[in-house]
Ligand binder design. Structure first.
Ligand code: TYM
Length: 332
């Protein structure tokens, strides 16, 4: 069976709407058709400022959210990155076939390093995309469902796979990014030309799935809209309104065109109120399910133990092949 893999960082208590619509929702759909691997990249969470006292809890909360949105551990392999040491081992080999200049061109690194100053950025932040390449290449993956901001990292992953295969013999499947255009970039409600992100200056434009829906409704009501009063889908001239239409459409299953027709003769106020209602209908049961999973940490840990065992069996086969191909002496 063809394989799909993706990850979401445990850098916050809650997934945000961009994470969900841009990526995680697709994970749920793809697990029917693919052999699916979904994981929490806790090693990636160390590449920026992190708090050791909350990381384990956030890792469990991330798993609880994955299950609550419909990732099914009976069909998908669900695991934590640091439980699969073969990933870090493979990263070293990939580090050694990545050009320094090539890594320096990663725009996410440049953005993050510029924000916090290059001098105070870690080497981990610099090699982050290579760890991500190992996450993927260790598992012989066909498709990687992500948002637009991960596209360049996927390109690097493909380049490294092709380079290794050519230089040392075929060890890796060359993966493809699976990016759904309509949802590849959900925008900040206050700044609808920037992506929704937990590292934005304020969280006023950020919708967290686990927040009280009343709080999110307030944020939606004060979302920046556009001049004019007509509800139209026009991302270029009406980015704020278009973003709300995208969100409401995704959560309700009603086509954007049908929403636009429905709002004919109505104003932005109706669009906002109804978008908030649709969000509330979605997150209210979700929050309940997350709480139920969190109340049973032994169940979650059992899923992660099974997931790590399956993940290690796949990753260790790749690693053994890679070690042979680069000429490491096998331990006796
Ligand atoms: P992360 O944890 O930042 O985000 C998880 C997923 O959410 C997507 N995303 C968005 N999509 C649409 N609109 C937005 N505003 C938005 N914000 C975030 C991201 O594109 C991502 O798909 N490096 C990855 C995690 C990772 C990974 C991997 C992914 C580590 N190893 C291997 C795939 C395969 C990251 O930081 O995603």
């Amino acid at each position: 069976r063809r394989r799909v893999l993706s990850g979401i960082q445990p850098t916050s208590d809650s997934f945000h709407l961009g994470n969900y619509l841009g990526a995680v929702r697709q994970w749920v759909e793809l697990q029917d058709e693919f052999d699916a691997f979904y994981f929490i990249p806790d090693m990636h969470a160390l590449t920026v400022q992190f708090d050791p006292s909350v990381l384990a809890d956030r890792t469990r909360m991330s798993v609880a959210q994955l299950l609550a949105v419909g990732v099914d551990p009976a069909r998908s392999t669900v695991y934590v990155q640091s439980h699969v040491p073969e990933i870090a081992q493979l990263t070293w080999v990939l580090n050694c076939i990545t050009g320094f200049g090539e890594a320096s061109r990663m725009t996410q690194f440049k953005d993050k390093a510029a924000k916090q100053g290059v001098e105070s950025s870690s080497v981990g932040l610099f090699t982050y995309p290579i760890l991500m390449a190992a996450d993927i290449l260790a598992f012989q993956v066909d498709q990687v469902p992500v948002g637009e901001d991960q596209r360049q990292h996927l390109e690097l992953t493909r380049d490294l796979a092709q380079r290794f295969n050519k230089r040392f013999g075929k060890a890796f499947t060359v993966p493809q990014a699976y990016i759904v255009k309509e949802f590849a970039k959900i925008y900040d409600l206050q700044n609808p030309t920037a992506k929704m992100s937990k590292s934005a200056e304020t969280d006023k434009g950020l919708i967290n799935l686990l927040d009280d829906p009343k709080r999110s409704a307030k944020k939606i009501r004060s979302a920046v809209t556009d001049t004019g009063s007509e509800v139209a889908f026009d991302p270029e001239n009406k980015p704020g309104v278009s973003n709300l239409l995208t969100i409401q459409s995704a959560l309700s299953g009603v086509e954007v065109a049908d929403l636009v027709a429905k709002y004919e003769g109505k104003g932005y106020g109706d669009l906002k109120v109804e978008t908030a209602d649709v969000l509330s209908d979605f997150v209210t049961p979700l929050r309940g399910r997350v709480d139920e999973y969190l109340a049973d940490p032994a169940y979650l840990d059992g899923i992660l133990a099974d997931g790590a065992a399956r993940a290690r069996s796949v990753a260790s086969a790749t690693l053994r092949d890679v070690y042979d191909k680069v000429g490491f002496l096998a331990p006796s």
